[in-house]
Design a protein around this ligand. Structure first.
Ligand code: ATP
Length: 223
């Protein structure tokens, strides 16, 4: 799908910016490795990590959005290519991705934007607010683990095929509207696992940056 000529300016586009939304409760090495892999493989301008203030699809996190933001800030401090964006904390109401993409598009009118989605998130898209509009504002970058495939006979299979980019280079040629699937080596780490370890007094060291663990310990979080 090519957007109309007013916004499709092939020769005037800036570099691609990827967006990783999440609760980051807490941020861990799974998020960070994913971000760096994509930054380097796709020669990105940056990966924006965007903590969700009021996630619409899950219970409100036990830890405040300000504290989750702070953990992301210390985790990426000094890391080339990764930045944190607090726009969802500055909005009231549910943190809908469509609103986030609209405001990013205003800030970055000439950068292709790529929304990073795990395969699970991609398959669950139909439950997202105004999900079909998301591609108007960004590409989708589906990250899948080596052993996970897009299920056949799933309604998202047709959607994927209808918007599939021929190569990842195509993501640089227009600002939104295409889907690319990238296979990345997975670190089997989740925030849920880290919270559970801490809750039972076990040591989550090496699953997340030491500076994040310092914040968790100093505020006695997840006990
Ligand atoms: P929780 O266990 O609380 O659900 P989580 O570890 O999945 O949290 P989120 O903040 O919900 O972390 O995830 C944000 C994004 O990062 C999601 O798109 C998720 O698929 C992705 N992600 C989380 N963990 C990993 C991982 N280990 N490797 C690759 N991507 C990950």
């Amino acid at each position: 799908m090519l957007l109309n000529d007013t916004i499709y300016q092939k020769n005037k586009l800036f570099n691609v910016i990827c967006i990783l939304g999440g609760t980051f409760n807490p941020i861990h090495h799974g998020h960070l490795r994913l971000s760096i892999e994509l930054y380097e493989r796709l020669n990105l301008e940056s990966v924006l990590l965007i903590p969700s203030a009021h996630p619409p699809h899950r219970a409100q996190p036990s830890v405040s959005s300000q504290r989750r933001l702070e953990m992301v800030q210390v985790a990426i401090a000094g890391v080339e290519g990764l930045s944190v964006d607090d726009r969802e904390l500055r909005r009231q109401g549910p943190s809908y991705m469509i609103d986030t993409l609209k405001s990013l598009r205003e800030d970055y009118p000439r950068n292709p934007l790529c929304l990073i989605l795990g395969m699970d998130a991609f398959l669950g898209l139909p439950s997202w607010h105004e999900w079909k509009q998301l591609l108007t504002y960004a590409h989708f970058l589906i990250v899948r683990r080596p052993d996970t495939l897009l299920p056949e006979k799933n309604i998202m299979q047709d959607f994927f095929k209808a918007h599939q980019a021929a190569s990842k280079e195509d993501l640089k040629k227009q600002i939104a509207g295409m889907i690319w699937m990238e296979e990345i080596p997975a670190l089997n780490i989740s925030a849920t696992y880290i919270r559970r370890l801490i809750a039972v007094g076990k040591n989550p060291h090496y699953l997340l940056p030491p500076a994040v663990l310092d914040i968790i310990n100093s505020h006695l979080m997840y006990r």
